[in-house]
Design a protein. Structure first.
Length: 252
C-alpha cells in the first residue's frame, strides 16, 4: 500500500524546471538581443568592475547580426554607473577588438580617461585600429606578449565625395586620434605617425602591426602582462587614490 502511494505521488508530482536549460536559453537571448554577453563579474565583495570590449566597436550604424560587436550605447551607461557607484573603486578593461567606428571608439576612450577612479586595460589577442585609443585611455595599460595592435590611417567606408572638404574632415578626424593617443601614452607624435603611415609592413595597405613588447618599446603601452599583473596593479592604484597616469609610471 505504501509503495502504491509512493508510486502515485511520484507520477503526479510536477516536474521541476531545468535551471541549467533556462540559463542557457537566457544566454542565447542576450547574445541575440545585444550582440554580446558580459563575462561573469568578479566576486560581489570585489571593488573592481570588469568591462569587456570585444569584436567590432559598433557606432551609429548597426552591423549584421553575425558580427561579434561591442555596442557603444551599452558601454557608455556602464561607464557612468561605474563612476557613480561608491562600491566600485577601480575599472579593469579587457580588450580584444578589431576596431570599428572611430567616433564611437573615441567617445568610449574619452569617457574612460575622464573617470575619477583608477583604471587598467589589458590587450589580449588584439587591440587594433580604434582599439588603440581605448587601450591607452586608462591609468595604466598592459598587453599580452602575443597580442597585437594595428596602427593605420583613418578609413572611410561607403560613398566618398571627392572634394577638398571631405579630405579636410578625414584629416581632422585622424588628428583627433593622434592627439588622444600621444596625450595618453608615452609615444611621440612623430613616432606614432611613422607607425601609422609605414609602407610595406601590412600587405596591400599602409600602417604597422605592433606585437607585445614592441608596443611597450614604442611607448604605446606601459607593460607586458596579463590578468594577474593587471589586477595587482589596479589594487595598488586603488590604495593610492587620486593617483594620475604620470604618478603611476613613477611607481614602476
Amino acid at each position: 500500500m505504501f509503495k502504491e502511494n509512493e508510486l502515485h505521488s511520484s507520477e503526479t508530482a510536477p516536474q521541476q524546471p531545468d535551471k541549467k536549460e533556462d540559463g542557457k536559453q537566457g544566454l542565447v537571448d542576450k547574445i541575440q538581443q545585444l550582440g554580446q554577453t558580459n563575462v561573469p563579474q568578479l566576486a560581489q565583495d570585489s571593488k573592481i568592475h570588469c568591462l569587456t570590449i570585444v569584436g567590432q566597436v559598433e557606432g551609429h550604424v548597426q552591423l549584421p547580426p553575425q558580427n561579434k560587436t561591442t555596442k557603444y550605447e551599452h558601454v557608455i551607461p556602464q561607464i557612468v554607473a561605474i563612476e557613480q557607484n561608491p562600491k566600485i573603486e577601480g575599472l579593469l578593461i579587457i580588450l580584444n577588438t578589431v576596431g570599428g567606428d572611430v567616433e564611437a571608439g573615441l567617445a568610449i576612450a574619452e569617457m574612460i580617461s575622464s573617470l575619477s577612479k583608477p583604471s587598467v586595460s589589458i590587450v589580449l589577442g588584439g587591440g587594433h585600429s580604434i582599439g588603440v585609443p581605448i587601450a591607452v585611455s586608462t591609468t595604466h595599460s598592459f598587453i599580452a606578449g602575443t597580442a597585437t595592435m594595428t596602427i593605420h590611417p583613418v578609413r572611410l567606408t561607403g560613398l566618398v565625395i571627392g572634394v577638398p572638404q571631405t579630405f579636410e574632415y578625414l584629416d581632422k578626424m585622424q588628428e583627433r586620434v593622434i592627439n588622444f593617443v600621444t596625450k595618453h601614452s608615452n609615444v611621440s607624435e612623430e613616432k606614432f605617425k611613422e607607425l601609422m603611415f609605414s609602407k610595406g609592413n601590412l600587405t596591400r595597405d599602409i600602417g604597422t602591426n605592433v606585437v607585445g613588447a614592441d608596443a611597450v618599446q614604442y611607448g604605446l603601452i606601459d607593460e607586458v602582462g596579463g590578468v594577474g599583473q593587471a589586477i595587482k596593479k589596479l589594487n595598488e592604484l586603488i590604495e593610492n587614490k587620486g593617483i594620475t597616469r604620470e604618478d603611476s609610471q613613477l611607481l614602476q
